[in-house]
Design a protein around this ligand. Structure first.
Ligand code: MN
Length: 181
């Protein structure tokens, strides 16, 4: 593009903007108004659907076993066919479980956001929406959000007798900061 063309382009720009403005005003004042509003509504509905959590967040979990703000929405209690508890756990940024073990293991399915899963003595794994974590029995571990992002997972927690978890010490701020570096 030569200099003359550039000047032409710059000069023509305000005209395009003015025409665009008139067309927008015309659209709002004509029979197109209804269509325009419907499009806006559809877009809003789609955004709401994409931002809506799969399950309600449920009740806040005790800070005896969780650090920060975490919630549990129970989905299924153990019954005669299913020897596990099923629930959706929401971890606000910075929230995590204590270190703990499961006598018959646990499966996590991440449904929103991202966080960490860490087994004792191993590097933490970043987990994100769509990830499935198969946690072996009697392995000391924790799971939770990152320092800056929330994480929601479904937990399938198997029973042995009447126990499905043994709670241990909190994940310290030092331990948590280390994996967030
Ligand atoms: Mn666990």
């Amino acid at each position: 593009m030569n200099y003359k063309d550039m000047i032409k382009k710059i000069k023509s720009r305000p005209i395009i903007l003015v025409i665009g403005g008139i067309m927008t005003i015309a659209a709002c004042n004509s029979s197109n108004e209804k269509t325009a509003n419907t499009d806006t509504n559809n877009k809003t509905e789609m955004e709401e659907q994409n931002n809506t959590a799969l399950f309600p967040r449920g009740e806040k979990l005790s800070n005896e076993w969780f650090s920060g703000t975490a919630f549990l929405h129970p989905l299924l209690a153990r019954d005669k066919n299913n020897d596990f508890a099923l629930g959706s756990v929401t971890f606000e940024p910075g929230a995590r479980t204590n270190w703990h073990t499961h006598p018959k293991g646990q499966v996590l399915i991440v449904t929103e956001g991202g966080g960490f899963y860490q087994e004792k003595g191993k590097p933490a794994q970043r987990i994100e929406k769509g990830d499935v974590v198969n946690i072996p029995e009697n392995i000391e571990h924790w799971h939770g959000a990152t320092a800056t992002s929330k994480m929601v997972h479904i937990a399938v927690t198997n029973y042995q007798g009447d126990e499905n978890v043994t709670w241990l010490k909190p994940v310290t701020d030092g331990e948590f900061n280390e994996v967030n570096k």
